[in-house]
Design a protein around this ligand. Sequence first.
Ligand code: ZN
Length: 296
Amino acid sequence: MEKVYGGIEAGGTKFVCVIGMGPDDIRAETVFPTTTPEETIKQVVGFFNSYSGSDLLSAVGIASFGPLNLDSNSPEYGYITHTPKPGWEHTDILGIVKSALSLPVAIDTDVNGAALAEYLWGAGKGIDSLIYMTIGTGIGGGGMVNGGLIHGLVHPEMGHIRIPHDREKDPFEGCCPYHGDCLEGLASGKAVEVRWGTPAEELPEDHPAWELEAHYLALGIGNIICTLSPGKFITGGGLMKNPSLLLKVREKTIEYLNGYIDSSKITEDIENYIVTPGLGDYSGVLGAVALARMND
Ligand code: ZN
């Protein structure tokens, strides 16, 4: 019997589930709104248990919002830890899915999952040091260095780096409950909405919000380029669906790095360096499939 894999992209607003082998071979998919952990995970498990394909579902991967405990020596490995998402704090997402499905289940962050899928099949194909950053309601980043997904003490939290904040030009205090004006606190979709009183997707093209947004994102991206030297910088999430924002971010990143990073990929070919996901909205869930395949 042919093997097939399950992927779960666990997000703060929805859970996306697929069964398949990769982007060209998705055999079933569904979406559930994120409600309570009990209700949401029950629906997810029901979807996999009811799969009636002639192939064998042999492993499942989870690419989840976090923060997550990814220390395999910890008794709380695979838990969502101190999330502000009501009801989800301290949820054993890995354990519950694993025991309900009786299958091998792998877990990583949503952004590490997306980075893996983009490396295997998308905009970062074959580039074994890359970053995937999502700029949506929140900001998060994951990635790969020399072919391995980045883990460490916990996992990267690129949304919470500090960037210069000129309070005369932008008196907004920032909205991160931990840091106020970290990158996420200043430039996430939530920050844009709180600062301007309008959701980002409703702001007109010529609104000053976009210039400021590009400024902060370019500062954050520049910091990460200087720290990890990725071969490709992939930017996903709702805000990056605005193509003129992407153009501004590229321009400002070049401007702020000011010729110091001596690579023509940045100075001459930034259109192919800071890019949007090749897999569109499927990076996360296909990353979960890839995690399952790696773990099987
Ligand atoms: Zn923060």
